[in-house]
Every structure is written in structure tokens, then in C-alpha cells.
Design a binder for this molecule. Structure first.
Ligand code: ADP
Ligand code: MG
Length: 337
């Protein structure tokens, strides 16, 4: 619920002032994609045109939501769950968008020096299940065993992920392997939706923000970066004309045990929640890359993250667990305050 409120607050900040004589602002909110809150905002157009464009964005996001879902089946659709269910059994014929996402994920894996690995579904599932159980019954919360994590980590390589572009099939040859694209799917899908949207829209899928151009009066959008402690203020407010802005944090999904927080971003080296940062924000042109980088920079040591941001042409801001801020040299150019 705290996350929900933070997102609503962020959405509120996106709203331009609207009084008599000023151009009209529009916002649509969707709760049925990627298990989070999605907002679509635009200024200065007819309500009907806005609704039409917003619904198209929503349809696009729904398409990706179903395709990349690892928990639910959809009639007549081979999605990521189908691919996982068929590990070790047979190749699965999939929509070309799945092939494109997975090829990008393979690139992100190489680019981030393996810090972002969507092929480590076996490890992520262990953490997902203990978190779900702990949230259901906090008094019975337990940690995964090291042995279980280490065993799962044997099934996270890309050699066993066979992507056949020509046949449009994906096959996990290792029966215990699974894919989980949670680290990149929202940003990737938001980016695709933004590419199809008219100029001057701001799309936020659970805080993965994408602007398709400035507001109708050529002023930039203002995007608030949530305070990890859930306060009403923001860590920072940023101008956005046509960039993707993505934040990864330790406050989004977690459980607590003996006073320690176990959140949802897992360091592939330790197989435990990444322990360096509380929040990392990335600004760059490509929304899928921004999402992958936000997770990668959350995992990697600061110096490696700085080098990666430079290599990827991204700007970033880190808040570490001691409360210290760091940022890339160009990040200040986006600051609104
Ligand atoms: P959010 O989805 O909350 O915006 P992220 O983009 O950082 O946050 O993605 C976190 C999700 O990605 C987790 O729920 C998990 O499914 C997956 N994940 C966590 N750690 C990694 C990792 N190192 N590599 C790939 N996927 C990860
Ligand atoms: Mg991410």
C-alpha cells in the first residue's frame, strides 16, 4: 500500500496546474498491467483524442503483460510461463515480441557483466516464494537455505536458452531452468508503448517513466523520485522531455525477518538481496535499457556501476544504505529543483 501511495503521489506531481484559461490536462490510471499502477498523462488536447491514445497504450501494455507473465496461462497464448513449463521438453513457438525481448535481455546480461540475468528464474523463484509465504504469515517467515540457492544457481546460464529467430521458438534445454523478466519487462514494455504513442505523453508503469515529448507548451514534465522511507517528499525531482526514467529500490517488494529487510533485487554473486543501495535512478533514451540498468546499478559496486552507466550512455543517481548520494556528472542537468 505504501508503494501504491508513493506512486499516486508521483502521479500527482506529474499533473500540471489546470485552471480557467489554461490548457486541459488528462490522466488515465490502469491497475491491470504488470501488477502495479500505470498512469498515462497528456496536456492540451481533446478528451476524446486523449482517451483513444491512452487506451491504445493500455492495449499495448496488456499484450506485453500477458506475454511476459510467468504465473498465469492465457487461452490461445504461448507466454513466458509456457516456455518455462516446457523446459527440457520442447521448443515453444512464441510471438516475435518475445524473441525481441529475450535477445535484448541476452545483450543486457553481457552489457551488465551478468548483474542482470533474466535466466536466473530458479533463484528468483526461491526468493519469491519465501517472500510470499512471509507476507502471508510473518510469524512463520524463513530464509531459503544456502544449499537450495546454490543448487538453483547451477541452472542460470544462457547456453541452455535456445532462441531460434527464424522459427520464432524459445527452448530451455535444462528442465530446471526458468526465465523471469521482472527486472526489465515494465521498462521495455513502456518503451514500446511510448514508441507508438503521440508526442507529448507521459507514461508511468509502476514508476518506469517514459516521456514521448514535452508538454504541449514545450515545457518539460516533472517526475518525482520516491523517498525509500515512504515520506511525502521526494529524493529528487527531474525534468523529462523525451527520456526514460527508471528507479529500483529496496522498498518496493520485501519481507522482514529478525529486523532485517529482504527485498526483491538479488545479487547473482551472493544469491542474496543486493546490500549496497536503497535506491538507484537511471535516465537514458531507451526505456528497456533504463530498466535493466536500474537493476544492474542496484547490484554492482558504485565504481563498476559508474563505468557501466558511462559505457551505456546513461545518467544515474545512487542512494546507498548509509544515506550517501552519488551521481554521474550529467545527472544534475535533469534536476528540476
Ligand atoms: P521493479 O520490478 O520493482 O521495478 P526491478 O526493475 O529492479 O524492480 O526488478 C526487480 C525484479 O527483477 C524482481 O522482482 C525479480 O523478479 C527480478 N530480479 C531481481 N534481481 C535480478 C537480477 N539480478 N537479474 C535479473 N532479474 C532480477
Ligand atoms: Mg529494472
Amino acid at each position: 500500500m505504501r508503494r501504491f501511495l508513493a506512486l499516486i503521489l508521483a502521479a500527482a506531481l506529474l499533473l500540471p496546474g489546470c485552471s480557467a484559461g489554461q490548457t486541459e490536462s488528462h490522466q488515465a490510471v490502469y491497475l491491470d498491467v504488470f501488477d502495479t499502477v500505470t498512469t498515462v498523462t497528456a496536456v492540451g488536447m481533446g478528451e476524446e483524442d486523449f482517451q483513444q491514445a491512452a487506451e491504445k497504450i493500455h492495449e499495448t501494455l496488456l499484450h506485453y503483460h500477458r506475454l511476459f507473465d510467468i504465473y498465469n496461462d492465457y487461452e490461445g497464448l504461448n507466454n513466458l510461463k509456457t516456455v518455462n513449463d516446457n523446459a527440457g521438453l520442447s521448443p515453444v513457438c512464441v510471438d516475435g515480441d518475445m524473441i525481441r525481448l529475450l535477445l535484448d535481455c541476452r545483450d543486457y546480461y553481457a552489457l551488465t557483466d551478468h548483474a542482470v540475468n533474466v535466466a536466473m528464474g530458479s533463484v528468483l523463484k526461491i526468493w519469491h516464494d519465501v517472500r510470499a509465504a512471509a507476507l502471508e504469515a510473518p510469524e512463520k517467515a524463513v530464509l531459503p537455505t544456502d544449499a537450495a540457492l546454490r543448487e538453483a544457481a547451477q541452472h542460470c546460464g544462457w547456453d541452455t536458452v535456445r532462441i531460434d529467430e527464424a522459427a520464432s521458438t524459445v527452448y530451455l534445454t535444462d528442465p530446471t531452468q526458468s526465465l523471469d523478466v521482472g527486472a526489465v519487462a515494465k521498462g521495455w514494455a513502456a518503451g514500446k508503448a511510448a514508441q507508438q504513442a503521440p508526442s507529448g505523453f507521459l507514461i508511468s508503469v509502476g514508476g518506469n517513466v517514459c516521456a514521448t515529448g514535452p508538454k504541449d507548451d514545450d515545457t518539460p514534465w516533472v517526475v518525482g523520485i520516491a523517498d525509500p522511507d515512504g515520506g511525502e517528499g521526494y529524493l529528487s525531482t527531474l525534468y523529462d522531455r523525451d527520456k526514460a526514467i527508471v528507479t529500483s529500490g529496496d522498498y518496493q517488494r520485501y519481507f522482514e525477518l529478525d529486523g532485517v529487510r529482504y527485498h526483491h533485487i538479488i545479487d547473482p554473486e551472493t544469491l542474496y538481496p543486493a546490500a549496497r543501495f536503497r535506491s538507484v535512478t537511471v535516465v537514458c533514451d531507451d526505456s528497456g535499457l533504463a530498466d535493466a540498468l536500474s537493476t544492474a546499478l542496484f547490484v554492482l559496486p558504485l565504481e563498476e556501476g559508474e563505468a557501466l552507466a558511462r559505457k551505456a550512455g546513461a545518467e544515474a543517481m545512487w542512494l546507498d544504505i548509509q544515506g550517501n548520494f552519488s551521481e554521474t556528472p550529467g545527472f544534475a542537468d535533469y534536476r528540476a529543483e
